[in-house]
Ligand binder design. Sequence first.
Ligand code: GLN
Length: 483
Amino acid sequence: EHYIRQIEDQNPKVNAYVDTDFDAARTRAEEVQKKIDNGTSGKLAGVVMGIKDVISERGKKLTCASKMLESFESVYDATVIERLKNEDAILIGRLNMDEFAMGSANEYSNFGPVKNPHDPTKVPGGSSGGSAAAVAADMAMVTLGSDTGGSIRQPASYCGVVGLKPTYGRVSRYGLVAFASSFDCIGPLAHSVEDAARVLEVIAGFDEMDNTSSQIEKEDYVYAAQNPRKNIKIGVPDEFFGEGLDEEIKTGVNKVLEDLEADGAELVPVKLPHTKYGIATYYVLATAEASSNLARYDGIRYGHRADKDEMLDELKKEEKALKEQFEIAEGDAKVEIQEKLAKLDTPLIRLYKKSRTEGFGDEVKRRIMLGTYVLSAGYYDAYYGKAQKVRRLIQDDYKEAFKNVDVIVSPTAPTTAFELGSKQDDPIQMYLNDVYTISANLAGICGISVPVGTHSNGLPYGIQFVADSFQETKILNAGRLVE
Ligand code: GLN
């Protein structure tokens, strides 16, 4: 009842939820209460959660905040949802996001932007902006988000909550709508490191339905969050404390590091020389994968379908106009018109074009065009092939650094939450926000953002710890030390 009241009160201002089902949540709460009473309840009994609208929940809408999937309903539960349900979590609603998880401000949503609960004139970050804002405004205890290039950690930093991106392959992607399949990860956003650990414990682990799911045993995440070691080795990369970083955030993060050192941690300088290519590399590879993944929305098998009669009408009119021109044209012009007539779309192709034109927003279209470009013959080696090689170099940088340290630290984002609308027309500026978070996705390693301060502008900011693959206990440990 508390969370229902919070949602009724806060959501009209924040716009974090795009759909809620209070009746179902109440019924579920009663069932769980019975289980609690007779001692058979699961690990997340009574934990009220919201789910990013990119993860399938049977019988619920799955829109990805896109007009393309406006009326699509999930026919099965994602593995993470099945696991949450088995442990008696209460799923209360679906959370707003950037369309198809593409963005860093949650402004590219068919449902309108999410507002930062700390200041409604600011963005909450993205793409899991709804997931971060819902926790920050106490509209859920924990939420699930997805992180392809920073989308859990960056909004966590902007909204002052904890956000954890697991190692690629640690949490099943089965039932997560694909954006960039070699990057996509599901993870929790929470009020505390321990809460994040409790959810991770439930959702992590091998799943035969995801062929990139790892067989490596999971560790005791809750224990790690409850019993942090103080004498850890923390790598400090120069590359992440340089130009573009807000001075106050830099000072704040350095102060946290001094405190950690005073408490027994060892600070070790590390080098990550290729991370400066992270953003460029990511935006080549992620758009390439996206262009392929999003080809399925053809308005035939999935997604928004343009009005057929209107489309046929349009096509007929074009044909008629061309034929009329042909009649009166002469010479070269006649040949040109003839060529146009020959190239006129078939009805099926036109339906596909029109459906996608209407169904996708501008940012998604931009990504599809970029992605198809870098994959096209003649450019593939120069862009896609090259980016794959740089991705390997970035992975190698981390591998080398982790030989000497437990975790690597950085600010989560270079600034606090920015003004709504201020970067919407400048995609490059928007992409630059991901500078500290994106290389963990390229390397496939795990990372956490934990709030550590409030800027003089009144907004929160986070610190990020990343650790090698399947070393989630190390980021939970470090995260807990700075809480
Ligand atoms: N900002 C990044 C992008 O737009 C992150 C997306 C994500 O992690 N889902 O691609």
